[in-house]
Structure formats: structure tokens, C-alpha cells
Design a protein. Structure first.
Lengths: 390, 287
């Protein structure tokens, strides 16, 4: 797949003599040595990565690791000292002022940590801002702005001023303002870090919801590993101005590439990233509705279990039967339909393990994992939930 | 006693004098144009104030006072104006106002421009700052000298001296205001691809406006403070009445003119402050 954004050998140095710092960097000196010798701060040190169309690419790292410096190079708020950045195949590092403005107006929008809203303008005027810069006529501008205000759930607040809103709402305005320009690429620099945890979680879920509809290419920055793994299709971990590992959340957890990432991963509450699909088993023991109770009993005995899920021809879940009921049914010549129970729990394959703990402790049956059509995808037994918690 | 030796003496004043004489001789047409322009502007304002019926002016001040301050204040300002008129100083007030308004307008144009320049450019501010320090430590009388040299006696040199005296706060507070605008806000504007001059107009100046208004308020107060001083070089109005009363030891006349100046200063101060407060976009809650 052709990358939407391709960053190649990006270096960014703060200070008035970046070239002398760059030479030292090329000789293999590290950030601290260069700071001591030249007084120049290396913000980004030889970073390369690709971002694909429609993915959420998270850059994670401790404060000062260079995350902001990288993301700010992507819309040229920071000027790269060396390296290339291709967006849709064009090297934006070579852009002149006019091209940069055009790119910012049309292709790439940013959401800021402290929102960056214009406090002398109303919510509506803020959301209209980018469109105004592009020269969209006022009527059209208003229409688009109102749509986007609705998208982020702020209808009715159009005439308020930013400082009359809560932090969460202000960031919704920031998001609406960025979305109003309909950019391909959304840059989000710790957009939820200034919010309290509850609001933060809510915003994360909403971002995922929005993304499933909008399919933007999102670069998302965070210092919170839980947030990174919750949102990221892929995650890049930064340390001392370098990227130390890139991968899917699962890849990073399963095989941290060095001690630094291991430490990072230790922090993580694993229940928040392990999902139902990671611990379910494709159930081998299954009974079809047209089978009789005796088949069910055989199936359970063969697998050493006390209950079994019943499905129809299309694998749609019909219910569960217990071994006692099935044996009784054979004697009373009942059909399988007559002894189906429905007091089991179901879940989707995306559910986090943490959410299943309570269900698991309340039922003696396994938990059924189903899709939207009620098709059985697998089952989760209690013991695997507990092991998922470790 | 040990005096400074006579042989080591230079006449700096002579050089300055030469420069000024050269300027006056060669730039006569320029100074003439400035003088005529300023004077007609000044007279226009004065005539305008005299043309509006006095009760309309009082009513307007009362209403504005009520709008930006409070009921009581509005009425109080009206009463103050009424007293000035009652003491027979309405025309003097109009003249003084014309000088102050003209000076303040020009000061604000110069002050905001230089203030923006100093906020943007380190070099400009390293040039402007010491100049401002010098201007503010110098006694106001000193400004009368170049004013008289360039423009002679009358209203125009009064305006000129007042501008030099009153502009520094406008410059300082504009610079401060622009520098204080949230970095992230400006970056947000850049991130949408707005050109810099538009960011200045649409983001930085509106954000800086309340603080700039404070600067304008201070400039106005300083212009009021120059009223008596500048009457020494021929400015008419309330200041001249004060000066005359001092010369004649006329306490009654001095009191009436003096209290009128105080009233005027209070009214202008409160009204400009009130307007500034109206534009304080709840900014205090930003961290
Ligand atoms: N404008 C700047 N001038 C000088 N140094 C800077 C500037 N911005 C960031 N830095 C330095 O660059 C490094 C990376 O900073 P940053 O990219 O902001 O990190 P992060 O976003 O991961 O916290 C830090 O050492 C920081 O001090
Ligand atoms: Mg940062």
C-alpha cells in the first residue's frame, strides 16, 4: 500500500546553529552530548515512519521525547533541519510559503493540547475560522460549521464563548474546527491530556466512533500508554528524540523491543487492551438445533463440559443446554428446543476483558462471543478471563 | 573647590541647535504642511464639539456612562459637565478636548504601530525601549523646547509636545499586549494556513485589544496632564486659564479651571476604562 504520509530521516534541531549540531548527529553523537557541546537541542533525531490512509497512528513517549516536534514538522509549524516528508507522494519540505498555506488550508488540520481556540470569537465563529481563511463564502461557511458542531455534539452552544465552556466541550470545538475544513489528515497533539479522566475516556470513544465514519488519517500524540493502545491502529514509541519501536499494540505488548518499552508496557493495565477476541476459543463443541438431546450429551461428554451452545444452520446462536437437562430430555422424549436456556451472557469480540469480569463471576456458563447478526464467533471460559487479567 | 577644567569644554547644545536650524530651514514646507493639517483637524473637532448642543453632549455622556459603568456614574458625569458649563468654561473645555483628542488620536496611531513593531522585532524593541525610558524620565517641560523650535507658538506645538509626552504608554502596552497573546492560539491560526498579516488583524490585535485600551487610557490621562504645561507655549483652553490665574494670583479662576480639568479627566478615564472592560472576553479563565 502507498503510504499517505512518508517521513524519511527527519531531523529537527532547535537553536541558532543547527548545521553544526546536525554534523555531530551524523557522527553518531547523542542528544545530551550535542546539547553540551553546541547548546543546540535535538528535537527529532533521524526519524522515519509511514502512515497509511485511514489509520490512527499514535506517537507515544514521555514528556520531552520529541513527539510534538515530530507532529509539528508534518504541517511545517516546525521547520525540519534535514530529511523528507512526503504527503500523497509530494515532498512538503520543499514547499514555498504559498504551497504551505495551501496545504494547511486544504489537506491537514491540527487539534491542540490546550485547544488553541480564539477566545474573542464564539463557538460558531471558531468553527468557521478555517473556512474563512480558505475564502468559503459566509453562507456556506455557516452551514458547514453548524454541521460539524452537530457532529461533535455541541448544537445549541454556537453563540457561547470558548471560556464559558468546560474543557471537554472546548476540545470538541477544537475538533469541529479541524473537521470543518474536511482535511485528509488530522494532527492531534495530546488533545485529551488536559481533560480529566472521565471526560477523556468519553472523548476517546467518540473519536473512535467518528473515525469509523470519517476514515481520516490521524496522527495522535499521547504520553499515556493506555490511550495509545486504545486508539492506535499502530503505535510508535519515542525516546530521546528517536523512535524506538513501531507496531500494532499487540505486537508491542507481546514483544517489547527493549527495556524502555518493557517498562512502559508494565505500566499498562492489561485488561484495558486485551479484548474478547484475544482470549476466546473457536468453540469446537457445538450442537445444531436439529440434533437431538442425545447428540448434545455425547458432545458434552466428549469435551468434558457441563453445557453446550446450540446454533442453527447459519451459526446463529439459539441458546444453551446443560447436561442434566439433556439427560432428562432423553428420558422424557423432549426435543432440544424445549430445554434451551437463555440465561447466559453474550459479548462482542471488541469488548475489553475488564468489562467481562463481572459477568463471568455471575454465571456458571461460558460467555458467548457473537457478532451483530447473533452469529456465534467463539466462547470465553472463566479461567481464560482470569489469565487475561495478569 | 575644584571646578571642571575650562579647556575641556564642548558645546553639545550648539550642534543640536545647528541640526534643528538645518531641519527648520530645509524642511520648512514639511513643517508647514504638518502645522496646517494638524490645525485644521484640531479646529474641526473643536467646532464640532461647539456645534453640538450642550445638552446633547451631556445626555450622550450620561448614557455612555450608564452603559459602560453604572447608573450613578452616568448621572455624576453629566452633573460634572453641567458644572463646567455653569462656570462659563464650555468653550475652554471644547478647546482643551480638541487638543487632547487630536493628540491622543495621533499618539495611538504612532503608539500602536511602534508597539506592534517592537513586539515583532527584537531589533526594533532594542531601539525603542531605551528611547521610551528616556522619554518617561524626562520632565514634560523639556518637550516644549523642540515643539517650539519646530512649530513656533500656538496649538500645534502643544499637540506635538503632548504627543511626545503621552505616546510611551501606548507603545509599551501594545507591545506587552501583542507579546502576551497565547502562543497556541497564534499557532492554531497558522495551522489553518492564514497569512501573517491576517493573523495580526484577526487574532493578535483583537486579543490585545483590552490591554491596548488600557494603554490608550493612560495616554489620554497623560495628555490631560499636559494641558496646563502646554498652555505655556500658547495652547488655549482650560490650561491657559490655570496659567493665567497663577500669574494673577486669582484663586477663584484657578479653582474653576482646575476643577474642570479634574472633572474632564475623571470622565474620560472612567469612560475609556469602561469601554475596555466591555471587551474583556472572559479571558481571565484561560490558564
Ligand atoms: N521551541 C523550542 N526551543 C528549544 N527547544 C525546544 C523547543 N520546543 C521543544 N524543545 C525541546 O525539544 C525537545 C522535544 O520537545 P517536544 O517535542 O516538545 O517533546 P514532547 O512533545 O514529547 O513533550 C525537548 O528537549 C524540548 O525541551
Ligand atoms: Mg508535546
Amino acid at each position: 500500500m502507498e503510504a499517505k504520509i512518508k517521513v524519511d530521516g527527519l531531523v529537527q534541531i532547535f537553536g541558532n546553529k543547527p548545521q553544526s549540531a546536525l554534523r555531530r548527529l551524523r557522527k553518531g553523537k547523542n542528544k545530551d552530548e550535542i546539547l553540551k557541546e553546541t547548546g543546540q537541542t535535538v528535537g527529532v533525531s533521524d526519524v522515519s515512519f509511514d502512515v497509511y490512509d485511514g489509520e490512527i497512528f499514535v506517537i507515544m513517549g514521555l514528556s520531552g521525547s520529541g513527539k510534538s516536534s515530530v507532529i509539528r514538522c508534518l504541517n511545517l509549524l516546525n521547520k525540519p533541519t534535514a530529511g523528507d516528508i512526503y504527503i500523497d507522494g509530494e515532498n512538503i519540505v520543499k514547499y514555498d510559503k504559498k504551497q504551505i498555506r495551501k496545504m494547511r488550508q486544504n489537506k491537514i488540520a491540527m487539534v491542540f493540547q490546550h485547544f488553541g481556540l480564539l477566545t474573542h470569537k464564539t463557538v460558531l465563529e471558531n468553527v468557521e475560522y478555517g473556512l474563512g481563511v480558505r475564502g468559503v463564502d459566509p453562507e456556506e461557511r455557516r452551514k458547514i460549521a453548524l454541521e460539524n458542531i452537530e457532529t461533535v455534539g455541541l448544537s445549541g452552544w454556537e453563540e457561547m464563548y470558548p471560556n464559558e465552556l468546560s474543557g471537554g466541550m472546548q476540545q470538541r470545538v477544537g475538533l469541529a474546527r479541524a473537521l470543518a475544513n474536511d482535511p485528509d489528515i488530522l494532527l492531534m497533539d495530546e488533545p485529551f491530556s488536559a481533560l480529566d479522566p472521565l471526560i477523556r475516556r468519553e472523548m476517546q470513544m467518540e473519536l473512535l466512533g467518528l473515525q469509523s465514519k470519517l476514515q481520516k488519517t490521524i496522527i495522535f500524540i499521547t504520553h499515556d500508554i493506555n490511550e495509545a493502545f486504545k486508539l492506535g491502529d499502530r503505535v510508535a514509541v519515542m525516546k530521546d528524540a528517536k523512535i524506538v519501536q513501531i507496531g500494532t499494540p499487540e505486537e508491542i505488548i507481546e514483544s517489547p523491543s527493549n527495556e524502555y518499552i518493557e517498562d512502559f508496557v508494565k505500566d499498562i493495565d492489561r485488561t484495558k487492551i486485551i479484548q474478547a477476541k484475544n482470549i476466546m476459543t473457536k468453540s469446537t463443541a457445538l450442537v445444531s438445533l436439529k440434533d437431538g438431546p442425545s447428540v448434545a450429551v455425547k458432545e458434552m461428554r466428549a469435551n468434558g463440559i457441563a453445557s453446550v451452545f446450540v446454533v442453527d444452520k447459519g451459526m446463529k446462536l439459539q441458546g444453551i443446554v446443560t447436561i442434566e437437562d439433556a439427560i432428562a430430555a432423553i428420558k422424557e422424549k423432549k426435543k432440544l428446543e424445549d430445554i434451551l436456556r437463555d440465561d447466559y451472557f453474550t459479548t462482542s469480540k471488541e469488548e475489553y476483558v475488564q468489562e467481562l469480569i463481572e459477568d463471568a463471576s455471575e454465571t456458571k456458563y461460558p460467555i458467548a462471543v457473537t457478532d451483530e447478526d447473533n452469529k456465534l464467533l467463539g466462547v470465553i471460559v472463566r479461567s481464560s478471563i482470569l489469565s487475561g487479567l495478569i | 573647590m575644584s571646578n571642571f577644567p575650562d579647556i575641556i569644554q564642548f558645546n553639545l547644545g550648539v550642534y543640536v541647535n545647528n541640526i534643528v536650524e538645518w531641519l527648520v530651514a530645509n524642511g520648512e514646507s514639511v513643517f508647514d504642511a504638518i502645522t496646517r493639517g494638524t490645525l485644521s483637524f484640531l479646529l474641526a473637532i473643536q467646532n464640532f464639539i461647539m456645534w453640538i448642543p450642550w445638552y446633547i453632549i451631556i445626555l450622550a455622556v450620561v448614557l455612555l456612562g450608564i452603559y459602560v459603568c453604572s447608573w450613578k456614574s452616568g448621572v455624576m458625569y453629566g452633573v460634572m459637565l453641567f458644572i463646567i458649563g455653569g462656570m462659563g468654561l464650555w468653550e475652554e473645555m471644547a478647546i482643551t478636548l480638541a487638543i487632547v483628542i487630536t493628540s491622543v488620536l495621533i499618539s495611538v496611531v504612532i503608539g500602536v504601530t511602534l508597539g506592534i513593531l517592537a513586539a515583532y522585532s527584537k531589533r526594533a524593541s532594542s531601539f525603542i525601549n531605551p528611547l521610551l525610558d528616556a522619554m518617561q524620565t524626562m520632565p514634560s517641560f523639556v518637550y516644549l523646547i523642540p515643539a517650539v523650535m519646530f512649530f513656533g507658538l500656538g496649538m500645534v506645538p502643544a499637540v506635538f509636545a503632548t504627543i511626545i509626552y503621552a505616546t510611551p504608554p501606548a507603545i509599551r502596552l501594545t507591545t506587552l499586549a501583542i507579546r502576551e497573546v497565547s502562543e497556541e492560539m497564534i499557532e492554531a491560526a497558522h495551522s489553518f494556513g492564514s497569512p501573517s498579516w491576517k493573523i495580526l488583524m484577526q487574532v493578535e490585535l483583537p486579543q490585545a485589544f483590552p490591554t491596548i485600551m488600557t494603554g490608550i487610557n493612560q495616554t489620554t490621562m497623560m495628555a490631560m496632564a499636559m494641558v496646563v504645561t502646554s498652555s505655556m507655549i500658547g495652547a488655549k483652553g482650560l490650561g491657559l486659564n490655570v496659567l493665567t490665574s497663577i500669574n494673577r494670583l486669582d484663586v477663584a479662576m484657578g479653582f474653576e479651571a482646575g476643577i474642570s480639568i479634574v472633572f474632564l479627566a475623571v470622565i474620560i478615564d472612567r469612560l475609556t476604562q469602561g469601554v475596555a472592560n466591555k471587551f474583556n472576553y472572559h479571558n481571565e479563565s484561560v490558564e
